[in-house]
Design a protein around this ligand. Sequence first.
Ligand code: G3I
Length: 370
Amino acid sequence: MLNHLNRSFAVYIFSYLLVSAVHGQQQRAPSAHTLRDRFRDDFMIGTAVNARQVQERIPMETQLLATQFNAITPENVMKAQSLQPRWNSFNFEQADQLIEFSKKYHMNVNAHTLIWHSQLPRFVRSLQTADSLKLFMSNHINTVAGRYYGKVQSWDVVNEALNEDGTLRKSVFYDKLGENYIIEAFRLAQAATPGTDLYYNDYNNEKPAKRAGCIEIIKKIQAAGVKIDGVGIQGHWHLGQLPIKDIEESILQYAALGLKVAITELDIEVLKRNFQGAEISQRMNSDPSLDPYKESLPDSIQQRLAEDYDALFKLFVKHKDKIARVTFWGVHDGQSWLNGWPVAGRTNYPLLFDRQYRPKPAFYKVIDSE
Ligand code: G3I
């Protein structure tokens, strides 16, 4: 399989140069390095993938995915809404396809996510009692984490349980089960998939107040004698506003708790929006000024994006002893959730590869970062 891939990668390079020549863009030929080669001694380099990608519908997309990355995270197909649409009725088709894809291309799977207040099956919100919600949690975690035991490298056990001020989010789980639902979720995951790395995952948990709340959760899990192996900093950041100091301080403080740190959903927003983070329930009204680069991204912005990614990867390499993984929230700009959030139908450019699967200036900065 890999010889076939190397050959077709050569084809890809040739077609890439052809496309660049046709586009009259005198780009430097991409370096022989791939992201997975460049960082193989530092940390895993991953991407979020969707159902179409693991079904290999677009050969050039599959090629890019298989040659650049050595870890994948299911963008949506392993969320409760996808896996258990009705009480105790599971649909594993797309999640199983993702596992087969990971085996075929020798990739680690970082499964996402067992317990999250969003993308929950409709029936969960209509559960009346704490006992029925507890039963949902134990049945879901046992069934799902049990099924993929030995097939995934890590699980985001609980996702986004905190408010920006570090207090616990008043989710359906918190309201009915109290704060202990988090410890119980990790206890259940530890039993269902022993030896798999168990993560708490959130956005903005590099910011001091939310970091303090995150550390409090971790310490309570550890104090209960329950296994937690890592913390995920999602990394949905903004062009020119990277909280480098907060990120570094968070890497140090989380590692000091004996945990692995992962950057789990990296992208850098280049379009305007008036709030940080990834609160999926937030929206903005569409306005032409919020979608200024419909045709292409100006070189000046490309360069700024490249500078930002360079600064991030210099920090990640500096702390490679603490960082287990860096995962982009998408393979290329065309896939990014930021094309549809918080304003529907925008043309965004937050990743390293463009809509024609070509490496952007940011890719070269990252590949060449010392
Ligand atoms: O599957 C349905 C499809 O049947 C329907 O035709 C289509 C049209 O409405 O919607 C499809 O569902 C969409 C789903 O993605 C799959 O594409 C949902 O509407 C859409 O809301 C959902 O968006 C996902 C979002 O999480 C939902 O919360 C994004 O793709 C995904 O990138 C995003 O990822 C989250 C992480 O899990 C957690 N951290 C933040 C991150 C960004 O919000």
